[in-house]
Design a protein. Structure first.
Length: 914
């Protein structure tokens, strides 16, 4: 199919598949025929892929919905959330690659983002693996405020695996010059005065002129220097002005000026900015020419010009930054091993972007002075033809040594739904409800709020309309009206906007518009909470997060924000102490480093007088996760936390004899250490015994022979395993044995790494990837599909356990159930040892539920037994999983042991009831 626009013939781009990315509103894409790319043979061939245009193009087209005239910051957050959503769907729809996010802007700004380490696609062969780096929106304030200048782009870069720098989203100081100054010696470690002098001398030499002071001064005055307009650059800006160079200040975009450097319209870009933007600049420099240098900076140094002005301060990374960098093989100078690099490395563009097969892409959302056609005219931003539904997006692409600007036409469903609306009305005298709602949605999706309202007004004015339908249209109308207000009217009182959407939600809770309103309310409250937090209005922040939780009660991310805000003082104190100790050790970890971290955390937590104000069920464990377990793998965290759960139950339920045996065998405690714990426990038991009536008829199994105390439910001796810190005679070494026990992680969880904060939204995104993998399911992909599904199950498990510590019982059960379902999918869909392991994990999870919810213990124990019997009974095992051979021997024995143990526990429970 061919479209003609102007004098250009556009062909349908078959690489765009709206069904595969679940997009009902952008149905087709068209590109000029001369820009149609084709792959030949096998392999990634990134430079020959049309698909990359659409990753940035779809985001640009969908940004129309958020174009605002009121400057409301919430709309920036909404825009970024939209981009993340569509990128995940688009990248996961590619069945020809497996891609890794190696750097992404967002974490520094605490905005929606793709997570560094996140994986996409379905292919497994190593030659089909790729890197992704995205800086997301450059100058996004321009989307919501017409007065903001500079334009907006959305940029992403790609390379074959290992071709782009894999690093955390941190700050760096950089210099970028064009080909004119290649070899001049420009370097971030020089001051601005020296760099400009070197550039001037290089130019004079090329001209055959003497490098006299006057000539150097004259050359500097001709130079154009781009600097981000930030307080951290105040002295830099003054120096450039003092030297007489032409200063160009940019508000929020130091990426696109790189294009001007390659055209020799700008001489130098210098200053502190984000690493993701620097990597994308490096792709441009490597492809189009120039030179670049970069040094990674500590966050506090990057933001303070007094600190960044001295080279010695560039190495003052905090301990948590050191740990994060180490995950990326960037280490303390002098400690490098193998392919590790020191953090004082001066990175060049070749270091940052070293692949042969690399692509830079950017969509122009609002025109920017830095992106021009060959004739010098500025490239326009995204344009919507409201009659035809054609959305024109100009996409910048750099793959070889050339820059191309390609107009892409996206056909929105506006025309299709408008025709359906008219045709149905002509035949039936009035359009159907579905026609009207679909038309409203497509109008709303692209920011045509007035059209949507007009459509709904006509529907409400029809004769003979029922009350139910009138209410339905009315609620949709109010929803659209709210979107218009949010983008076009001053939001002086955010609560008024929230009340508007609450009214819509209350009108139609079960319908789609009610659900959309609920999500909007939740997101707005969360945004306000984040805003108050950054303004250090912490009580207001907590209040907003709690309001958001009313609309999304099981969202772990929101609970974490409440906890982090409540614990901010002790979290800050913990990391400050860790930093000081690390500096005292000359930036080395001592042999007892983990013990020191644990001891510091315990001392700070139990020395905090207001800890009783924390709103969670297990504040110590939450603090423990955020401090001692910070940066650990999730599978390790899960193993530690489940073992601590069992320890906690035994501290409160086991007899002295059984507890002693457990502490000796599983935790390796000495006799003296065990005696200290028993003495402490018995002293607490005595206090509880005096204050708690003991009832006749209590079973002997629940009652201590030594004290006569009932160790049954409700008599909590320890409120947390952290209270072991209060035991006299228990050394830090002993506490480490108990609270940091040796564990063997059950599985590696690819969904959360040391640098990926796990959230439900990420798990849901991985479900989409899993779905795409299953659609492929060629032989080579089965193993990955199993492993991926196993990881999703463990992620749900992790979330469930975290919600229990917070005090959300319903959320705990919900996510344990999701984990069990996911393990069940593996059993149904796959063969081999992984389904057997999944069956065993189902038994484990039911056992954990029995520990968490003791009032339902009998039911959960019986369900766990049923799960284990499927393995322990070898006939059932073969029926369910086929013959696997000796691989299942260990699991069979483990399952039999668990069945026997649980049967004994059930007998005790039954005896207790009798």
């Amino acid at each position: 199919m061919i479209k003609t626009k102007g004098n250009v013939a556009y062909i349908k781009d078959t690489s765009f598949d709206s069904q595969r990315i679940d997009d009902p509103y952008i149905i087709e894409a068209y590109i000029p025929e001369k820009y149609n790319l084709r792959t030949t043979g096998e392999g990634l061939q990134l430079a020959n892929r049309n698909e990359f245009r659409h990753a940035v193009g779809v985001v640009a087209a969908r940004s129309l919905k958020y174009f605002s005239t009121n400057g409301e910051g919430f709309n920036i957050s909404r825009t970024r959330g939209m981009a993340v959503w569509w990128l995940r769907h688009i990248y996961n729809s590619f069945n020809w690659w497996k891609a890794y996010v190696v750097n992404a802007e967002g974490e520094r700004k605490e905005m929606p983002m793709l997570y560094i380490g996140e994986k996409f696609g379905t292919a497994t062969e190593s030659e089909d693996e790729a890197d992704i780096v995205l800086s997301a929106f450059e100058n996004d304030r321009c989307i919501v405020n017409p007065a903001s200048k500079g334009g907006v782009i959305f940029a992403v870069g790609y390379s074959e695996r290992g071709g782009l720098l894999n690093s955390p989203d941190m700050y760096g100081v950089k210099t970028i010059v064009g080909n004119k100054y290649k070899g001049a010696g420009v370097n971030v470690t020089h001051g601005i005065t020296k760099n400009l002098r070197l550039m001037a001398e290089h130019t004079l030499k090329a001209k055959g002129k003497d490098d006299t002071p006057q000539n150097i001064c004259d050359e500097i005055k001709k130079m154009k220097v781009v600097v981000l307009d930030r307080p951290r650059h105040e002295k830099l800006i003054e120096t450039i002005k003092g030297l007489g160079a032409q200063l160009i200040l940019v508000k929020d975009d130091d990426l696109t000026p790189t294009l001007a450097v390659t055209r020799e319209e700008v001489d130098l870009i210098i200053g502190v900015g984000g690493i993701p933007e620097a990597i994308l600049s490096a792709i441009i420099v490597e492809k189009l020419g120039g030179e670049m240098t970069l040094r990674i900076l500590p966050a506090n140094v990057a933001q303070d010009e007094k600190l960044s002005g001295r080279l010695n301060n560039w190495n003052l990374f905090r301990k948590n930054e050191v740990d994060i960098l180490k995950n990326f093989k960037i280490v303390r100078p002098g400690t490098e091993k193998g392919d590790e690099r020191s953090w004082d490395t001066v990175w060049t563009s070749k270091d940052l972007a070293r692949a042969k097969d690399m692509v830079f892409t950017a969509s122009v959302i609002k025109k920017t002075p830095w992106i021009k056609f060959p004739d010098g005219k500025e490239v326009p931003g995204v344009v919507l033809d409201t009659e035809t539904g054609e959305i024109t997006v100009h996409v910048v692409r750099i793959a070889g040594n050339d820059l191309e600007i390609v107009p892409v036409i996206y056909q929105a469903a506006i025309d299709e739904y408008t025709n359906q609306y008219k045709n149905y009305g002509e035949i039936n005298d009035k359009p159907s409800t579905d026609n009207i709602i679909q038309l409203e949605k497509v109008y709303t999706e692209f920011g045509m709020y007035q059209r949507a309202r007009e459509c709904l007004q006509k529907a409400m004015m029809r004769e003979g309309i029922s009350e139910d339908l009138l209410q339905k249209y009315s609620s949709i109308y109010k929803y659209v009206e709210g979107l218009y207000v949010l983008t076009h009217e001053p939001v002086h009182v955010p609560e008024a906007v929230i009340k508007h959407f609450e009214a819509v939600y209350n009108l139609d809770r079960e319908d789609d518009v009610g659900i959309r309103s609920l999500r909007m309310i939740k997101r707005f409250y969360e945004y306000l909470g984040d805003k108050h937090y950054h303004e250090r209005q912490f009580d207001k922040a907590i209040a907003c997060y709690r309001e958001a939780l009313k609309y999304s009660p099981h969202e772990l991310k929101l609970h974490r924000k409440v906890n982090s805000t409540q614990m901010r003082d002790i979290l800050e104190e913990y990391f400050d102490r860790i930093d000081r100790r690390y500096q005292e050790l000359n930036y080395k970890e001592s042999e007892d480093w983990e013990q020191f971290k644990l001891g510091t955390a315990l001392e700070i937590f139990y020395g905090y007088e207001r800890r009783s104000n924390f709103s969670s069920r297990e504040p110590w464990l939450i603090f423990f996760r955020r401090t001692v377990l910070h940066g650990k793998k999730p599978s390790y965290k899960l193993s530690i936390l489940t073992k601590l759960l069992r320890l906690y139950k035994n501290l409160n339920r086991a007899s002295d004899y059984k507890l002693s045996k457990l502490l000796s065998k599983e935790f390796g405690l000495s006799v003296d250490e065990i005696d200290s714990i028993l003495t402490f426990r018995n002293s607490r038991v005595e206090i509880l015994r005096r204050s708690t009536p003991q009832h006749d008829g209590v079973s002997h199994s629940e009652q201590s022979e030594e004290t006569g105390f009932n160790y049954g439910r409700g008599n909590e001796i320890f409120h947390s395993v952290g209270e072991l810190y209060l035991v006299r005679g228990l050394s830090l070494e002993g506490l480490s044995k108990l609270l940091l026990p040796r564990v063997i992680p059950e599985s590696q969880n690819e969904l959360e790494d040391a640098d990926i904060p796990l959230s439900i939204s990420l798990v849901e995104a991985m479900e989409q990837r899993y779905k795409n993998i299953l659609e492929e399911l060629r032989e080579g992909y089965k193993k990955e599909a199993q492993e991926h599904s196993y990881a999703v199950a463990e992620a749900y498990h992790y979330v469930g356990l975290a919600l229990y510590d917070i005090g959300d019982d319903d959320g705990t059960k919900l996510y344990y159930d999701e984990a069990i379902k996911k393990f069940g999918e593996i059993i149904k869909k796959f063969e081999g040892i992984t389904p057997v392991n999944s069956q065993y994990r189902i038994g484990n999870l039911y056992e954990e539920l029995a520990l968490l919810f003791e009032e339902e213990q009998t039911v959960y124990y019986k369900t766990a037994i049923d799960a284990y019997v499927c393995i322990a009974d070898e006939q059932k095992l073969t029926e369910l999983f086929g013959y696997i051979g000796g691989l299942t021997f260990v699991r069979i024995k483990q399952a039999k042991d668990r069945v026997e143990y649980l049967k004994r526990e059930l007998m005790k429970n039954n005896c207790g009831k009798e």
